[in-house]
Design a protein around this ligand. Structure first.
Ligand code: GLV
Ligand code: GLV
Length: 323
């Protein structure tokens, strides 16, 4: 029997790629940059399976370009806002993703950003680089304490809960908001479930852990930013589109909030002359939430397993829920 034909949109860790190569007749895009949309449309023609990244736009037209033989779309990420889920659903194509394995790595990065912003770690490193360190200064680079401060977690799913566990260890008070969060389930991670406005008004730090969709796009906007404390620090390791970036720049400039630490931006990559990058109270890193060796190996393995299950007619081990 001939092996199923698949297209993989990037060279991913061997932990997954080797399995794909073994089980499938695979074409693997070897560019450092993602395949352009038009190229991808040509590459997927006639394939049984597609293994993609969050940098690929996967819409109905692309699914139609692949043709009726397309049995699975397997994304090497937990988030899948780049994929038109309803379009896949009407075509009967299951979508795979990689939940769970990147929870701790992403929570680590969220906490790292929180600490870096609170204690001005990157500013401190730049201070030395700029030749400004002349003596121990009782007043230089004073930041904020985590202990006793309030952390507001928006989206208390797997990653939000992992952040809450870290915050408890730092002796923070934890508030949480998720659309269907119960008091009991928040209490399991020492968080108090509150409404969004209470969270924004009372938190010294706010961390976002929601998927990007029509309900969450620009959840953080001019109005919600104005509800935050004037010295609050906003952390985003979820998706850039949850924040209205123009409103954020304005809020950081005019002191409506104190600072922001972002692993994700809108668009990505952020332009080198984006105003955010010149603000002293904004720290931006390049979407590295899941970027640890172990985590990326697991993501690649899971994406391979979902792909192989799909092309061989098995249920996907990790399928995106459809409404
Ligand atoms: C990364 O952002 C992911 O969704 O896995
Ligand atoms: C993602 O894995 C989440 O549920 O937070």
């Amino acid at each position: 029997m001939s092996k199923p034909r698949v297209f993989v949109t990037r060279i991913m860790p061997a932990a997954g790629l080797d399995r794909v190569r073994e089980a499938c007749n695979a074409e693997i895009w070897s560019g450092e940059m993602p395949p352009p949309y038009e190229t991808l449309r040509e590459k997927v023609r006639g394939v049984d399976g597609l293994l993609c990244m969050l940098t690929d736009r996967i819409d109905g037209q692309l699914m139609d370009a692949a043709g009726p033989g397309l049995k699975v779309i397997s994304q090497m990420a937990v988030g899948y806002d780049n994929i038109d889920v309803p379009a896949a659903q009407v075509r009967g194509i299951p979508i795979g993703h990689t939940p769970g394995v990147l929870t701790e790595a992403t929570a680590d990065l969220a906490f790292g950003l929180l600490l870096a912003a609170a204690r001005r770690i990157v500013e401190g490193a730049n201070y030395i680089q700029d030749g400004q360190w002349r003596t121990w200064d009782p007043n230089a680079l004073l930041g904020r304490d985590l202990s006793g401060a309030t952390l507001g977690i928006i989206g208390l799913g797997r990653i939000g809960r992992a952040v809450a566990r870290r915050a408890a260890g730092f002796n923070m008070r934890i508030l949480a908001y998720s659309p269907s969060l119960t008091f009991e389930s928040a209490a399991e991670v020492n968080a108090v479930a509150v409404d969004l406005e209470t969270l924004l008004r009372e938190s010294d730090f706010v961390s976002l852990h929601l998927p990007l969709n029509a309900r969450t796009r620009h959840l953080i906007n001019r109005v919600t930013l104005s509800q935050m404390k004037a010295n609050a620090i906003l952390v985003n390791t979820a998706r850039g589109g949850i924040i209205d970036h123009a409103a954020l720049v304005e809020a950081l400039r005019s002191g409506i909030i104190g600072g922001a630490a972002l692993d994700v931006t809108d668009p990505e990559p952020i332009s080198p002359d984006d105003p955010l990058l010149s603000l002293p109270n904004a720290l931006v890193v390049p979407h590295i939430g899941s970027a640890s060796q172990w985590t990326r190996d697991q993501m690649a393995r899971m994406a391979a397993e979902n792909l192989i299950a799909g092309v061989t007619g098995q249920p996907l081990p990790n399928r995106v829920p459809t409404g």
